[in-house]
Ligand binder design. Structure first.
Ligand code: HEM
Ligand code: HEM
Length: 144
């Protein structure tokens, strides 16, 4: 169970990061041009959102089943002093939950926003912020 969830969380990470980057760049290009926000643009945002929600679900399961989390939760005081444990069990999950919330808000707001430029701008800002947050606490050393 643990190894399967970890593997999924590992490989879907690439997909989520690429889709977030795509949604951000797409938003930036649209915001600086006269493009019409079409169904295809909305779909890019929804796919980025779905990949983020999937990562959230897998991440929450990891917090429950990961041996690292078990060690950390057994003595939270000691875990907070250990930079490796703190990053894996506190900083990475906490930052990424905020990032997923931002992506969710971005998707909803881009649907409701009025005007093409506004839809693109909202997408750029929220998906971009989510991406920056994720990259700030990504365990690159485990990813490659
Ligand atoms: C811990 C797990 C999850 C939580 C807490 C969660 C939470 C949410 C919330 C609050 C919304 C509402 C957004 C809105 O009102 O616009 C939402 C929408 C959505 N979620 Fe999740 N979600 C989770 C897992 C997933 C998973 C695993 C998938 C797909 C594989 C998924 C796909 C979607 C989709 C497609 C939408 C609708 C987007 C839209 O209306 O444009 N979610 N989710
Ligand atoms: C899109 C957002 C996210 C990305 C790109 C991401 C990426 C990663 C990567 C690359 C790893 C290392 C995997 C490995 O060792 O092979 C990891 C580990 C982990 N992630 Fe995430 N993650 C995200 C969101 C989350 C969230 C929202 C949570 C918790 C709610 C979470 C919890 C964890 C935990 C607990 C580990 C450590 C698991 C272990 O080593 O046993 N992640 N994540």
């Amino acid at each position: 169970m643990y190894s399967t969830i970890l593997m999924l969380h590992h490989y879907i990470a690439f997909i989520a990061i690429l889709l977030l980057a795509y949604a951000t760049i797409n938003g930036a290009i649209g915001a600086s041009s006269e493009k019409v926000f079409e169904e295809s643009h909305r779909k890019i945002n929804v796919f980025a959102l779905i990949s983020c929600h999937t990562m959230l679900l897998l991440g929450l399961i990891l917090l429950a089943v990961s041996p690292i989390a078990e060690v950390a939760f057994a003595d939270m005081g000691a875990a907070m002093k250990d930079s490796v444990l703190r990053k894996a069990v506190v900083e990475h999950p906490f930052t990424n939950i905020i990032a997923v919330v931002l992506a969710t808000i971005g998707n909803a707001k881009s649907k409701k926003a009025i005007g093409n430029g506004r839809k693109f701008k909202v997408s750029m800002i929220f998906f971009g912020l989510a991406l920056v947050l994720i990259l700030s606490r990504l365990p690159f050393e485990k990813l490659f």
